[in-house]
Each structure stands twice: as structure tokens, then as C-alpha cells.
Design a protein around this ligand. Structure first.
Ligand code: ATR
Length: 303
């Protein structure tokens, strides 16, 4: 990841004070194009996030939501270079399918088994990568700069696609141990076998005992999300200085985070992962590595 400006001409100079941008309220005929493909896609916060960055940096570009039906996904991806798109993000439910539809996939995408970022190469072929793992790690280190991932003992709840990305990030960061807890133990075992490394399966019934001595706890399930039940987990055995992360970001303060905060554990919500995973794509399409400023979460959520 480099913070390079590869010739992107600001349409209007951005305000240099980091406040709400006034620049580039319109786009020109030469605007750079990117977007997010999903079905449905209206839930996605990515158009708002990338739109904020485009305006903040005064870049002549547009990032649009692309609602693509399942039967049109391959066709839509193949059309991206023909339409002049520089690339797209891929969201639910296409991250896994997209892996088989790109011409090249990054090592992280291959290990996770999913693609969330596509860049159109100069010859019109598609490069797929997965920035969820680095997004999770960067969010963790941004919120807790002193956290030492190398040597950490992590408890990860869940064994779906989000868990795969988080676990790849943690393994690459050099954690000593991952205690993997999932309601369906066979799914956890399959994930552990696929990824390798120091992953130990903890039965669902033993999840509370499994918190003893942990330095990091991550919820990757949808439990705690708005309209979903809370994660049923008594934190009594979790060390008070263990960092607690929830990848759920609606609500910002899940019942898990509220319980952890009440007993003094440092807490990290899921919005940071969403913001951080978006940076490499923005840099590739629009020529500038965007910053995660303190006001960004509020601006992104301010519907
Ligand atoms: P994603 O790709 O977003 O991770 P997913 O693949 O559907 O979504 O995975 C959802 C995760 O949440 C799984 O770990 C799932 O557990 P199972 O593998 O047992 O299904 C977990 N999950 C969802 N609802 C749950 C519930 N009510 N209790 C416990 N775990 C739940």
C-alpha cells in the first residue's frame, strides 16, 4: 500500500484544515469511477464513506452502489473495464463467488476464500484481493496502538466468512494461540483445518471457561446486531485488561461491548474495520491513501 498520487487531478482544491470538505461537489466527464456490488446493496455504508473521502480530498471521482442480481454477477464484473470502472468493492452475498470470477487473486483472498476488492488492471483483467483481514488488524492497532498482536492469546467467536478474515489477520500478526468457539463445532473444525496454525477448537458449551487468560476477544458473529439476539457470554473469567472487539457496528455499542466496558475492558466496535478495509481500494482507484480521521465514524453514520 503506497500513498501515491498517480496523477489524480483535484477538481477543486480541498480545504486543508480537515474539516467538512467544500471541494468537488460535482464530477467532470473525466471522473474516475468505482463502486460496490451487492444484492441488495442499499444497506452499504461504502458509497457514503468513499463519497466523504472524494470530497475531502477534492478528487474528481464517483463511487456508486451497484445492485446486481445473482444471475448477472459474472456479466457485470466482465463489463467493468468496458464501462471504464477502475474497480469495485464486493459485498454480501458475492464475496465468495467473486473469487472465481477474477483473473488473479491475492494470497489473502485465496486463504480467506473471498474477494472484497477488485481493481481493473491496465489490460482490462480483474485483480481480486481481500482487505477485511488488514482492515480488522489496522482497526485494532489504530484503537490500541500499544496492543501486541504477536504473542496474543485470542478467543474468536464464530466460524463464518468474517471469522476467516479476522483469523487470517491474527495469524499473520503472529498470535500465539486462537481459541475458536462456534455454535456448530464442525464448521469451526473445517475452518481450523483449512487455515492451519495455532487454532484450538473450544466447544460452544465451554466458551466461558475458554476466556481465562485471553488477551483478546473478538465476536465475528451477527449476534448483538440490531434485530438479533445478544451474544450469550458471561465475561467473568476474561482478564480485565483483555481487549474486546465486536465486528458488529449497528449498534455501535453492542451488548457485548457494553458488558465488557462496564467491567473495565478496553473495547473496539466494528465500524473501524469497515473504515480501514476501505482504504486500499480507495488508494488503488483514486490515487490517494485516505486517512481515518476522528470525525469519520460520525460522518459515515450520519445517514
Ligand atoms: P459471515 O460470513 O458474515 O461471517 P456466516 O457465514 O453466516 O456470516 O456466519 C455467521 C456466524 O454467526 C457463524 O459462526 C454462526 O454460527 P454457526 O456456524 O453455528 O451457524 C454464528 N451465529 C449466527 N447466529 C447464531 C446464534 N443464534 N447463536 C450462535 N452463533 C450464531
Amino acid at each position: 500500500m503506497t500513498e501515491s498520487a498517480d496523477g489524480a487531478a483535484p477538481a477543486v482544491a480541498a480545504k486543508g484544515d480537515g474539516s467538512q470538505p467544500e471541494a468537488c461537489r460535482t464530477i467532470s466527464g473525466a471522473a474516475r469511477l468505482a463502486g460496490v456490488i451487492g444484492w441488495p446493496v442499499e444497506h452499504s455504508l461504502s458509497p457514503r464513506l468513499h463519497g466523504l473521502w472524494l470530497r475531502r480530498y477534492g478528487i474528481d471521482g464517483a463511487y456508486v452502489p451497484l445492485a446486481v442480481r445473482p444471475e448477472h454477477l459474472a456479466e457485470a464484473l466482465a463489463a467493468l473495464p468496458k464501462l471504464g470502472f477502475r474497480g469495485v468493492n464486493i459485498t454480501v452475498p458475492y464475496k465468495e463467488t467473486a473469487l472465481s470470477l477474477v483473473q488473479r487473486a491475492s494470497p489473502a483472498a485465496l486463504r480467506i476464500g473471498a474477494v472484497n476488492t477488485i481493481v481493473v488492471a491496465p489490460d482490462g483483467t480483474l485483480d481480486g484481493s481481500n482487505t477485511d483481514c488488514i482492515g480488522f488488524l489496522d482497526s485494532l492497532l489504530h484503537a490500541r496502538p500499544g496492543f501486541c498482536a504477536a504473542g496474543a492469546s485470542a478467543v474468536v467467536i464464530g466460524a463464518g466468512g468474517a471469522a476467516r478474515a479476522v483469523i487470517v489477520g491474527l495469524l499473520d500478526a503472529g498470535v500465539t494461540e486462537i481459541r475458536l468457539v462456534n455454535r456448530t463445532s464442525g464448521r469451526a473444525a473445517a475452518l481450523a483445518e483449512a487455515l492451519g496454525g495455532p487454532i484450538r477448537i473450544v466447544p460452544w458449551a465451554g466458551r466461558e471457561a475458554g476466556l481465562a487468560g485471553a488477551t483478546l476477544l473478538v465476536n465475528t458473529t451477527t449476534l448483538g446486531m440490531r434485530h438479533q439476539p445478544a451474544l450469550d457470554l458471561d465475561l467473568a473469567l476474561l482478564p480485565p485488561d483483555a481487549v474486546v472487539c465486536d465486528i458488529v457496528y449497528v449498534p455501535a455499542e453492542t451488548p457485548l461491548l457494553a458488558a465488557a466496558r462496564a467491567r473495565g475492558n478496553p473495547c473496539i466496535g466494528g465500524l473501524g474495520m469497515l473504515l480501514h478495509q476501505a482504504r486500499p481500494g480507495f488508494a488503488a482507484w483514486f490515487g490517494r491513501m485516505p486517512e481515518i480521521t476522528a470525525d469519520l465514524p460520525t460522518l459515515v453514520l450520519a445517514g
